[in-house]
Ligand binder design. Sequence first.
Ligand code: 6PG
Length: 249
Amino acid sequence: MPAALSVFADESALAPALAECFIESAARAIAQRGRFDVALAGGSTPKAAYALLASAPRRERVAWKAVRFFFGDERCVAPTDDRSNFKMASQALLDPLGIPSERVFRISGEIEPRRAAHSYERALVQELGPGARLDLIMLGMGPEGHTASIFPGSQALTNERDLVVAVYVEKVAMYRITLTPPTINAAREIVIAAAGDAKAIALARAVDGPYDSNITPIQAVKPVEGVVRWLVDRAAAAKLSAAPKSGVQ
Ligand code: 6PG
């Protein structure tokens, strides 16, 4: 059982907790280093938390001018495509906050995948230094235990060389660009949000099962020096073997 796993009654109770995680992580980073470099998660789970962060009263609790936005992964589509993680984050968070484009480091889903990965890797190194260390990486988890765009059997799982890779994902029949496990694990803080009964089997495998990141890629999330927190709802936690330490919030 990960030390920091919190269970919430449902997804609507998880969203404010995820927003608070962001706010507290930002405050720590800005207090210590004067800025907050965060990689946003895609998918649907974080949307509600993004909307809370972009609205009063929470929007007043972050020094947004010190925040730079990156992405954990992107679908290889145009930024205007409804499948784009950049589009989702822009609509829910970046546009309502009026974040200027110079503080948003988008993955170019619209160009050739390998070029997009190389270009993003260069941007990460240029902005964050050789280790591309982020202050916070926000992640979700798919029903089979994928995270970012690292799916079961992914070549990204054995890639110790690159910070960012382009992968073809059979399950969704498309190319994706994703941070690799070494980049994810270099982060100071990682928060994983998972909700809904569709995640219960993968969460139990990830938390209680034997280690096999090939089968359950989210098990590859093991920060080198940082901390990882899990925020899950009761439905996703239904198959966990032990009552979580933090209990239901
Ligand atoms: C993506 C995400 C992906 C997502 C999970 C969970 O690009 O889709 O990076 O890893 O976090 O698939 O998605 P939901 O939040 O929609 O369940």
